[in-house]
Design a protein. Structure first.
Length: 390
């Protein structure tokens, strides 16, 4: 059993992270056009959008948490525990605070715009620190950052133990289990058990950290399993070697998932156990499938990845606010859903790209606020030259 070489660069994880966050652009734009509750809504909704998004919703954030777990293993390999905690706070806590005070408020404003004469009239309500929805203080889509911060630091004793020789016996048993076809799929059992216990009590996914224990645990297990899987080469390569089997299993489970979804399956109780199981299995099966195929086909670097890898975090922080600010006006147009959707996606992408290129990446303070690494002297000189040439 070979432990990971901390000097290895895993471009497949970079690509999957970029792809998963870009999917959020399409997903959150689609939220205006489906029947699920959201901050602003189009008058007409689409069942086609909803049927696609219900699948995307199961694995998009679990995939990001799994990748984050693997990335956490890399981060701990380069830093002492104290340096790691400082780095996590710098990369996560600062952008979270900035986001809650600057990035998220426009989302709440557009949702409650009828109650205010202007944004200047609305903005002071943020500093009343009354939690949303009653007030204007929230982390909205930045819930991922606070959850990741809590996982990264709160679980540090477990993460450090998994790097010690005492953990090798546990990892060897896991390798034996996972070496059999379908063995990695069995990792889902703790997730199923936790959700079977917690979701009847904490039914709604609130992203509120407190009283969101079902989904807090759900996402934490994806984060932890990503860390564990990445911790040794044998486990990680098994995801690649079993990718075809996992794809077949994922496809079969997806068929069952849609069977339950399209054939109205209503029990005379609020909590629908088979539907919950189907969602959990789809999430785990597709995450490990994507990781396996990522290892096979995405282990390469190019200029696009270099650019996207740096830009994707600011893009994530900005995207939902831009979607809502643009979407608020576009959904009033007298035109079809596809036109509105395409316009919002295109304009949001361009606004986020321009914001990153000209207002975020070139300045030390904006890089700090958006969780980016500090400017090196070489990069700073490059930006200055490109600016002068423009």
């Amino acid at each position: 059993m070979e432990l990971k070489n901390r000097l290895d660069r895993h471009y497949d994880l970079d690509w999957l992270r970029v792809i998963a966050i870009v999917i959020l652009l399409f997903f959150h734009t689609g939220m205006m056009f489906v029947s699920w509750g959201w901050h602003i809504k189009n008058s007409e909704t689409s069942e086609v959008f909803e049927s696609i998004m219900i699948w995307l919703h199961q694995w998009r954030m679990p995939l990001l948490l799994f990748i984050s777990g693997a990335g956490t293993h890399i981060a701990l390999g380069f830093r002492s525990p104290l340096e790691y905690v400082k780095e996590r706070n710098k990369r996560l806590l600062i952008p979270l605070i900035f986001g809650m005070l600057v990035i998220v408020p426009p989302q709440i404003y557009y949702e409650k715009i009828a109650n205010f004469s202007s944004y200047l009239n609305f903005y002071p309500t943020v500093f009343q620190f009354v939690p949303y929805p009653k007030g204007s203080f929230s982390w909205h889509h930045l819930w991922f950052i606070i959850y990741l911060l809590v996982y990264s630091i709160g679980a540090l004793p477990i993460l450090l133990w998994l790097r010690k020789t005492q953990a090798q016996k546990f990892l060897r048993k896991l390798v034996i289990l996972s070496s059999k076809k379908g063995g990695i799929l069995l990792w889902v059992i703790p997730i199923v058990i936790s959700q079977s216990i917690l979701r009847p009590i904490f039914v709604e996914e609130t992203h509120a950290l407190i009283n969101d224990w079902a989904y807090f645990t759900f996402y934490f297990l994806f984060f932890l399993f990503g860390y564990i899987a990445f911790s040794c080469n044998t486990l990680w390569l098994q995801l690649k070697e079993q990718r075809r089997f996992n794809l077949v299993a994922s496809s079969v489970m997806l068929a069952v998932f849609y069977l339950i979804y399209f054939i109205p399956y209503k029990l005379p109780v609020h909590f629908d156990f088979p539907w919950m199981i189907a969602k959990v299995l789809v999430a785990w099966f597709w995450v490990v499938t994507f990781i396996g195929y990522g290892q096979q086909y995405l282990k390469f670097n190019n200029e696009l990845l270099k650019y996207a890898n740096e830009a994707i975090y600011p893009f994530y922080i900005l995207h939902q606010t831009v979607i809502i600010a643009i979407g608020y006006y576009v959904i009033k147009w007298n035109t079809g859903i596809l036109v509105k959707y395409s316009v919002v996606v295109t304009l949001t992408f361009l606004v986020c790209l321009i914001s990153y290129e000209f207002f975020i990446k070139r300045f030390a303070i904006s890089r700090l606020l958006f969780g980016m690494k500090p400017l090196t002297k070489e990069v700073k000189t490059t930006y200055q030259l490109s600016g002068s040439n423009a």
